[in-house]
Design a protein around this ligand. Sequence first.
Ligand code: URA
Ligand code: SF4
Ligand code: URA
Length: 178
Amino acid sequence: MDTKEEKIESLEHRVLNCTRCHLSRTRNNVIFGEGNLNAGIMLIGEAPGREEDNQGRPFVGLSGQLLDKILAACGFTRNEHVFISNIVKCRPPGNRVPTSDEASVCMPWLMMQIEIICPQILVLLGSTALKYMAGADYRITRDHGKWISIKDLSAMPVYHPAALLRDPSLKRDTWEDF
Ligand code: URA
Ligand code: SF4
Ligand code: URA
């Protein structure tokens, strides 16, 4: 029986070589995700942006800096208390929202990550994560801050950090949701 570390390493190797969708042709890096494999909390974003595509790490641009501050306000760090991943692992050109085809082709990788890491809580960062994890009937503006069940996990939808950068008045809600 492989350890969790071995399972994630072998999954990471497969994801880093993935060419299942056309985003593989324009990416510089596949962004697998990072954090503590034994964390009880998994954060799920939308898709890598330019900075992430350059560095090969999730949430390292402006949104990521804000996310780190939000985590710090909860007494958390990304290396210790959470694992961070995305619905789609390669950058959509121009940072457009991933298409539903791209999401459905890529999401089996995320499901395997969730299965291996086995967190207690999913934090859904923004409308794309909410839509693909919970379903198209959910709305981030209405449903942020409310627990929802996804299979046997509890999930908490929150605004995406990029939404907070565009509209700082959403920060107060986000503080409460976290
Ligand atoms: N936005 C996301 O949704 N994910 C990242 O990794 C970076 C920015
Ligand atoms: Fe593979 Fe996902 Fe990258 Fe598409 S976005 S190539 S499915 S890892
Ligand atoms: N709009 C988005 O795209 N995401 C949010 O989190 C909130 C509003």
